[in-house]
Design a protein around this ligand. Structure first.
Ligand code: MLT
Length: 262
């Protein structure tokens, strides 16, 4: 489905009924990331999964984007869909950065947070330089170069030989990411604020869930967020890397279901 917001058309999937659950994908991904949740959780929630601006079937205007703008796009989508009640906001990786921005800007709309494979801190200086280098690569060589570089870091190291169908699925989730979206999102991540101090203020339930074998964002980041959050549950999913919801959908869905019903 597609809907026009004030300056952009966003594509999204919707499934299920009941408590609204907004699922925000990471970089350089698309809403296809959430296929196992759209199939596995419609009895537990009304799932709304957008393609962020710059990705999937949404418009990809020239950036730079900001995490605040991406969070505001999600809030505008909820408005457009008539969702007035507080929602559980779930985000994976960059989607988690956006979920924290959503909390900062729209906290009255938040019933709870799911922070998957993400971190609260800002980029280090080396990390910021890495964003610039990746943006230069995307502009010079196209999005395939970025996707080829990201794919080997997305899953648990053991998955690459053992689970070719999951590797193919991870690639499909990234395929077609346009260069303006990639560069716009890199700049959004580069300039995102440090949300560490915000964690202590989050007086809603939070599920912190992370792959035990994540090589892109180490599980220690999840442990640090859990320690700083007043009302959190921490789950480390075994045999899962960065895209834990794709790699271990049964475990991921069971934890989300428990969280929604708690
Ligand atoms: C993501 O998976 O969303 C990004 O790789 C996160 C990041 O680069 O910080």
């Amino acid at each position: 489905m597609r809907t026009h917001l004030s300056d952009i058309t966003l594509a999204y999937d919707e499934a299920g009924s009941g408590r609204p659950l907004l699922l925000i994908h990471g970089y350089p991904l698309s809403r296809k990331l959430w296929a196992p949740q759209l199939v596995g959780l419609p009895d537990a929630a009304r799932i709304i999964a957008p393609d962020l601006r710059g990705f999937g079937e949404s418009d990809a205007p020239e950036g730079p984007y900001t995490v605040d703008q991406l969070a505001d796009d999600c809030a505008a989508l909820l408005d457009e869909l008539g969702v007035r009640e507080p929602v559980v906001v779930g985000g994976l990786s960059m989607g988690g950065y956006i979920a924290l921005a959503f909390w900062r800007r729209h906290r009255a709309r938040v019933a709870g947070l799911i922070l998957a494979a993400t971190r609260a801190g800002a980029d280090s200086e080396a990390g910021k330089a890495g964003r610039d280098a990746a943006a230069a690569t995307a502009r010079a060589k196209g999005s395939e170069a970025i996707i080829d570089g990201m794919l080997p870091k997305m899953l648990a190291p053991s998955a690459y030989a053992a689970r070719p169908e999951v590797v193919a699925q991870a690639r499909r989730v990234m395929d077609g990411a346009p260069v303006p979206g990639i560069v716009g999102a890199l700049m959004a991540m580069k300039h995102r604020p440090d949300s560490t101090a915000l964690l202590a203020e989050i007086d809603r339930p939070v599920l912190v869930i992370h792959g035990a074998d994540d090589v892109l964002i180490p599980p220690s980041e999840a442990e640090a967020m859990f320690a700083a959050l007043p009302q959190a549950r921490l789950i480390l999913v075994p045999e899962a890397g960065h895209l834990l919801n794709l790699e271990q959908p049964a475990s991921f869905n069971a934890e989300v279901r428990n969280f929604l019903l708690a």
